[in-house]
Design a protein around this ligand. Sequence first.
Ligand code: MTE
Ligand code: LUZ
Ligand code: MOS
Length: 825
Amino acid sequence: MANLGRPLPHDSAREHVRGEAVYLDDLPPLLGELCVDVVGSPVAHGRVKLIDVDAARKVAGVVGVYLAADIPGDNHFGAVFHDEELLAKEIIHYIGQPVAVIAAESREAIAAAKALIKCDVEQLPPVLTIEEAIAKGQFIGPTRRIARGDVATALAAAENRLSGELAIGGQEHFYLETQAALAIPGEAGEITIHSSTQNPSEIQAVVAHCLSLRLNQVVCVCRRMGGGFGGKETQAALPALLAALVAVKTRRPARFVLGHEQDFRLTGKRHAYRACYDVGFTSEGRITALKTDFYSDGGCSADLSLAVMERTLLHAENAYFVPNVEFTGTVCRTNKPSNTAFRGFGGPQAVAAMENVIEEIAAHLGVDAFQVRRRNCYGIETNNVTPYGQMVRKNTLPAVFDGVAASSNYSERRAAAAKFNARSRTHLRGIALTPVKFGISFTRATLNQGNALVNIFLDGTVQVSTGGTEMGQGLTIKLLQLVADQFGLPVASVRVMPTSTEKNHNTSPTAASASTDLNGTAAVRACEQIRGRLAELARERLSGASSVAGLFEAGPRVQGTRGPGSVTPATEEDHIIFADGLVFDERDPTRHFSFRQLIADAYERRIDLGARGFYATPGVDFNRETGQGTPFFYYTTGAAVAEVLIDRFTGELGVERVDLLMDLGRMINPAIDRGQVIGGFVQGMGWVTTEALVYSPKGELWSDSATTYKIPNVSDVPADFRIAFLDNAGNHENVYASKAVGEPPLLLAVSVWAAVKQALASLAPHRRPRLDLPATNEEILRRLTEAATVGAGSVSDGRNGPSLTLPTPTVPPAAVELPFGAIND
Ligand code: MTE
Ligand code: LUZ
Ligand code: MOS
């Protein structure tokens, strides 16, 4: 009955499918509950002249309309700096920025009130792009830097040198459940907030701060989210704060659930980036020096932008050892909603920039990009220290590289694609392998902690509560498996309870892919304490034959969880085994208790049947000022080979096949991890191919719904999608020797973009065509058009697609012929 390592279904799979899983807006309305909505600024940048809410206040059913001046505590809040206004008072920073909040009995009353609110704003010139912000010197925080060696000298001395720029787009989270909160006032200033949040402790903190309450008066509860993807790491705050404001003002429950388009327009996204690089390399493709300057679009306030940029700098070399590097990161301030965490947290942009550099080097040298990648890959014994000084220990990158290259038949398929491109006049193929090396831990060391509460009831069932939240990623089932395993129980005997700051306090966001690591270990530690107490009791009882319950029928036990926890028994208690709902001494398994009997006995004996566990990740430490240290507990690594097919007449892109290999250590739940890999990869595919954020010249988001913003759908999932996991017995770092999975697979989608770039390069091998992200069909068509006009000398205006005189494709010189592999350094 081992629970660990089994592909158990998601704990709510059945409820999800039957529509029985309760999301925030499914909570039944409470007596007297009010709806909440906001009125926002019509312009992106301006000075508030007048907000007239008098008429709106008189609408039947409207209970209150509140402005900045009505906020009992501080109107300012923020995840890191308090640089955001809950309701704008004087200066407007983005279109739709809330200036007034309406509380009403019905949505009809809200709509009527909205129409009557006058908001006059004197327009100021907005800054809407990274380029404009750079030109105006409008930044958030200082430029950060991570460097090693002497880049200037190494660049000057390099055999080959290339420089260029890459534009990387943002991404909308597109969680199916929008940002939402329900606030319920209690007695003596207490308030309970139900929030769709990755970060209940932060909701508690901002509500207390803005409403002038103490932390012990505010409870935040989250049963689950309908997706978070980073978008609810900080930005669940807006509806929570406004619902709480209304609850405090009216003494009535208040619920604010954003509409989908409203959520698109008001909340932050993945940061768009510009990356400018200067790289030096040998004629064998070894990178000797790399300088990359990153600029991100932070939007109007800091939010997590500086932490996101920090992770960018810590992933800017991706999986490659580069002796001389200088990475800088600057966050730009623009008149858009503040951009925020999104799966990968700055890592994806870094990897895209690095893989672009690799593709450019390969094109320049006329060699297979895989060879450049493999040649520069972090080594096992040497070349294994990152620019920030952390050693890549137990490095599985070479194994992952070679494993997936072999299993995908990369070299044969690459040669076949080149032949295909030389022949086909209608389509182009591209194939690329890209790796990931994702650092696991919050880069702010403090956040790497978790606590858990485990209670055992008299019928032998167990409840576990942690600060971790369920957003669909499967934390719950993994916690169930870990805890059930501790007591040798089936998972059905354990429940994971809704996350609440009342049970688990001062918690970190469920983020950085680390929630099973942190909360799972804390839960195991709580179980270990209880098991120690139970093992002592069992040992005592088993030593006297009288109280032993019955004879054990079956043969010797295969496996179970040992007493207080040590692998080699050191004490008598260590011989006590918890397995199959029974407790016994491994030296005589025929004499046993049922777990339930032992619990009843423990209760009679007044033994504590609950415990709180705590875990702090050991050894993480990074100095932001020097850019040196060990920010990560370990790395999750992987590689993917993507093959794409492009229609040369329409630019339409299809992902034909993906082979993916990841090192996830020993998986707690291989079905959940597989789902995370597929989901993460496909979400990344959307980011690199179809998901283009389009703004009006005034800074209004035009792509604000499923009809104007194209996420992948079921038919975009690669028809041939092969997922494999590295057999890594050498991993012991983490709980059950598992590795974090949530974010890393998203970064592998860069392989799809790289495959498109390679396909396009086959048309004009020496021109190194620039390809920004996302490579939308339109963007691909533009590049095809360019290649057509250059390659064949025919004329096209670039708007009507490629001229019909298509260029004769050339086989990239030498590339196909080069021997594959045999790169052991
Ligand atoms: N999977 C689903 N289904 N829904 C989500 O919102 N968020 C991702 C990832 N996988 C997400 C998801 C992000 S951004 C992170 S950081 C991790 O899950 C967080 O959970 P973990 O720490 O349990 O992996
Ligand atoms: N959030 C955060 C994160 O605050 N710090 C991090 O390092 C991080 N990394 C990934 C995702 N969220
Ligand atoms: Mo995930 S971006 O760490 O919430």
